[in-house]
Ligand binder design. Structure first.
Ligand code: SF4
Length: 942
């Protein structure tokens, strides 16, 4: 009850009149989450009008956060009067994030209304990288790009069209576009991110990621920092805490005391690169004590293939395999692991007991960290998965499933056939087993004359800053004989956008359509990102034809961009492209974005039409209203699914392996006389033994094993000031590039000092704040030291999330996050960057820009790193051997010096470690291994 003037109700004592007005008295409810029935008119008090009780009416529109790969749900509060988004909060109906977000979710608001934002398409004038731009029209940009792509396709130069993506944030849309064009032009960031771990998992189970069921685990082992930053971290962090609250123990292996390690029951701080030795020692303890799940290992690993191929002299029996297994890992004692890693043998023994006790409720995860830092990091994932296999915790409640079981990608209408070409710029012969494209070697390949590009799209991708060897990228991007048109699709400025011909502004998380689904827990769900202002306008009865009509300035959404571009490449349909962009409902006419998703939700998402109908909604209306849909809960043990009679009709079983095939495709496996679906590997079992590795020239790596890292302690001269540098860790509050225009996030995090243990600091005579030079193989950077016990002695670490820079005072990067630098190139391939000033307040339409109080922008370390492509997985091995020495008098904080000639030599050294294809059958790559956007089988033939 309230007075009409908003004053206190009758009977309230005098004096209470000046108390903070409660929401209840203002007629506004307090609720953890607004109930969905009120999403069309949610009322809150206007905070800026306090203490007046002014009500604001909001349309609440769900979308998906675009700031990391976790795909959490957001709920946008769109002011019904102004159509401004006032805030982004969590979407309680999203099954992965359950209404919770990290700081980066709500910061979508900063990104949306950043005064530095690119609002209109820009075209380069003057030399590429010269920093001169003019505003252009979408029409002009689309025409120019479409004409060049059309010419390349008509002249059979399909491999000269390349789309290079940083943060995908969607599942399959652009791959469909590229396949419609018939090009093998997909390139990703994955080889600077996760392909080490992915290859390890793929070799085991035919799916390249783990999906741990932390909430039901008894023991959780992380080689990552999932409570703060790991992959799918917010959804996983919630479930790790659920598990801990139910009594699960947590062990974290990380040379650095991450926030996650600080919450763990066991923090193991190994010497970097020795993680696999510890994992094998744990496995060996479990094996030697017969504490493994015998029946699971007997039924679900390809032990028989191992015996047949490698130990034909032995009896083909499981007992004989067990005896063999005991011998295989016998040398990996806890004492050996202690000598390698520095982690106490007793702790390793204790962990083995705990893990064996957890049995099938043992969840694990490795993504970046050890798997992406080290030569042979892919074997770390294999060794970790070995522990899950030994404990029988694959696909069980509280165990670890393959990711594919907990992810759902709906099919769009009319799928184009696979492309008939193979692009050696992304899938070169030297790396037949690389898990993803050799993306970060593109400038090296271009320099070597392996090809050129007619049209190169970078899309939410910033290789100049994010990748190693950024100066090589600058040299390649500047070269118009190698890259004819560089179109940068980006929601923000970036160091790479500076070297584009077109900078095309794209939407943030509340300004675009995408579907997303991730293995956040043991369930399958689908999330729907949407342009929230557009949806709010439509709910209020306004007609919107294209998303850019509702977005700020002329910001497009990519889905509509690709439709428009494809139509212009093939306006009359003669190239066979246009048909994939014609409406499934209105033949011959251009598909609208509503129609694209309407068809998908009506036809490809099991259970959605029925659930929507029960609420009187169409499937599209349902997804627009709730932003997500759970397809299946409690997904466990899918490998144990029995094949049905109809699946077995016409199928044949290989008498030796038990593999069941139909029409030349393996569909399952016979075990103990029963037909099971199994795993999508050649043996349909978990491949303890990889015949693929043997056949493709890596026989010594056919079993899970330990490869000594390129930064192994034997190669590091500590007395000479050498250290392994851990350069991969994220900060919880930042994203690689897109957080650059999120003022709240940079207010929290704006420095990346070099972590050093007190023992080392004393030894080198350094104290917190001292400037040092860190020498890599290609140059050095100057940064400051932070002395902390949160790092293992003998190791230094520096986050890769800072060190943004710009070349012009007022353009080219957001001023919330970047230092103004002078970048000089010398004739001999030597680059020198010096910060002219750090972050400073400036005048803009956002008064906060004059309140900026932080000045540190961090240091760009990645530019001094040469590439280290792992010869098997293709993963860039991020750890660096560095030499730390006090800075010289002329050194400035943030200095970066690098020689691209030297970094190119390092590239050559690592290239020489490869064992090129083709492999068996003259193939470029094993057909069964995963590959994004697979070409036609014929294209696999050299
Ligand atoms: S974890 Fe944070 S940044 Fe990532 S999707 Fe969720 S809210 Fe966004």
């Amino acid at each position: 009850m309230r007075n009409e003037d908003g004053g206190p109700p009758p009977g309230v004592p005098v004096g209470a009149r000046h108390a903070v007005p409660s929401a209840e008295r203002a007629g506004v409810e307090l609720a953890a989450f607004p109930p969905k029935e009120k999403w069309d008119d949610w009322v809150e008090l206007e905070s800026t009008q306090w203490p007046k009780r002014v009500e604001r009416h909001y349309m609440l529109v769900p979308t998906i956060c675009f700031n990391c790969e976790a795909g959490c749900g957001l709920l946008a509060y769109v002011d019904k009067e102004t159509l401004q988004v006032r805030k982004f909060e969590g979407n309680p109906h999203h099954p992965g994030s359950r209404g919770r977000n990290c700081a980066k979710g709500p910061a979508t608001l900063n990104q949306t209304y950043d005064p530095e934002r690119i609002l209109y398409p820009l075209k380069r004038v003057g030399p590429r990288g010269g920093g001169q731009w003019e505003r252009t029209t979408w029409d002009e940009a689309l025409e120019a790009i479409a004409a060049e792509i059309r010419r390349a396709i008509e002249e059979d130069r399909h491999n000269e069209v390349m789309y290079h993506v940083g943060r995908p944030g969607e599942d399959g849309y652009v791959e469909r576009v590229l396949q419609a064009w018939g090009v093998d032009g997909h390139n990703s960031h994955t080889n600077v991110c996760s392909s080490g771990a992915r290859l390890g998992y793929d070799l085991w189970q035919g799916m390249d990621r783990p999906s741990p069921d932390h909430a039901n685990a008894r023991f959780i082992l992380l080689l990552s920092s999932h409570l703060e930053t790991g992959h799918y971290f917010n959804p996983h962090a919630q479930r790790i805490m659920d598990g801990k609250m139910r009594g699960a123990k947590l062990a974290v292996m990380d040379p650095r005391l991450s926030n996650t390690a600080s919450m763990a029951d066991y923090w193991l701080a190994p010497y970097p690169g020795t993680e696999a030795a510890i994992l094998l020692a744990i496995g060996n303890e479990i094996i030697q004590h017969d504490a493994f799940d015998r029946d699971f290992v007997r039924r679900w690993t390809n032990w028989d293939q191992y015996l047949r191929e490698e130990r034909p002299e032995l009896e083909l029996s499981f007992d004989s395999f067990v005896a063999c297994l005991k011998g295989l890992y016998a040398d990996y004692t806890p004492e050996y692991a202690e000598r390698e890693s520095g982690v106490a043998g007793d702790v390793i023994r204790e962990l083995a007991v705990e893990i064996a006790r957890a049995g099938s409720a043992f969840s694990t995860h490795v993504w970046r960290g050890a798997a992406s830092g080290n030569l042979g990091g892919w074997q770390v994932a294999r060794c970790l998965e070995l522990l899950n296999v030994l404990t029988g915790s694959i696909g069980t409640p509280g165990g670890t499933s393959p990711n594919g079981w907990d992810k759902f990608v709906p099919a769009p209408f009319k799928t184009p056939p696979p492309q008939k070409v193979w692009n050696e710029l992304t899938w070169p012969r030297e790396y037949p087993l690389a898990h993803h494209e050799l993306s970060y070697l593109l400038p090296h390949f271009l320099k070597e004359g392996r090809g050129k590009l007619a049209v190169y799209f970078t899309r939410v991708y910033n290789p100049v800053w994010t990748n190693p060897d950024g100066a090589q990228w600058i040299e390649a991007l500047r070269d118009q004989s190698k890259i004819q048109i560089h179109a940068c699709l980006t929601p923000t400025w970036s160091e790479t956008a500076w070297f584009a011909d077109y900078v095309l502004p794209m939407g943030h998380g509340g300004e675009r359509h995408d579907t997303m689904s991730y293995e956040t827990h043991s369930a399958k769900w689908l999330g729907f990102r949407q342009p929230v202002t557009r949806v709010a306008m439509e709910r209020m009865g306004r007609q919107v034809r294209f998303t850019y009509e509702a977005n700020p300035g002329e910001v497009w959404e990519e889905d509509e961009f690709w439709i428009e571009l494809s139509w212009r490449i093939d306006p009359d349909g003669s190239l066979g492209i246009r048909e994939y962009f014609e409406s499934p409902y209105r033949p011959g006419e251009r598909v609208t974005i509503d129609e694209y998703y309407r068809w998908m939700f009506e036809n490809s998402v099991p259970g959605l039409p029925e659930t929507a109908a029960a609420e009187g909604l169409t499937p599209l209306e349902y997804m627009r209203r709730y932003g997500s849909f759970t397809i299946q809960k409690d997904v466990y043990e899918l490998h144990e699914r029995r094949l049905t009679e109809s699946e077995l009709e016409g199928a044949e079983t290989d008498p030796l392996s038990g593999v069941i095939s139909r029409r030349d495709a393996a569909i399952g496996v016979q075990i103990d006389g029963r037909p099971y679906a199994g795993f999508p590997t050649p043996s349909r079992k978990l491949e303890f033994y990889s015949k693929t590795l043997k056949d493709w020239n890596w026989p010594e790596q056919a079993l899970p094993g330990y490869i000594k890292s390129h930064v192994h302690w034997e190669t590091v001269d500590r007395a000479a000031g050498e250290f392994p540098l851990i350069a991969t860790f994220r900060l919880p509050t930042l994203i690689h590039t897109r957080s650059g225009n999120a003022k709240w996030l940079y207010e929290i995090s704006h420095s990346n000092p070099v972590w050093m243990h007190p023992e080392d600091a004393v030894r080198l005579g350094l104290a917190t704040g001292d400037l040092v030079r860190l020498w890599t193989e290609a140059g050095y950077f100057v940064s400051k030291i932070w002395v902390t016990e949160g790092i293992r002695p003998g190791v230094v670490a520096c986050s890769h999330h800072l060190g943004r820079w710009r070349l012009s005072e007022s353009q080219g990067m957001e001023r919330w996050s970047s230092a103004l630098v002078d970048l000089q190139e010398q004739d001999d391939g030597r680059w020198h960057m010096r910060q002219l000033h750090g972050i400073e307040p400036w005048k803009s339409e956002d008064p906060d820009s004059q309140r900026v109080w932080w000045s540190d922008a961090g240091v760009h370390q990645n530019m001094t790193f040469p590439v280290h492509p792992d010869p098997v997985s293709g993963m860039h091995c991020w750890h660096q051997k560095v030499k730390v020495e006090p800075a010289l008098p002329d050194d400035h904080y943030g200095d970066v010096v690098v020689e691209t000639r030297k970094s190119f030599e390092v590239y050559r050294e690592w290239l020489a470690m490869t064992r090129p294809g083709p492999g068996p059958g003259g193939l470029r790559r094993p057909l069964w291994l995963q590959r994004p956007y697979k070409p036609d089988a014929a294209a696999y033939q050299v």
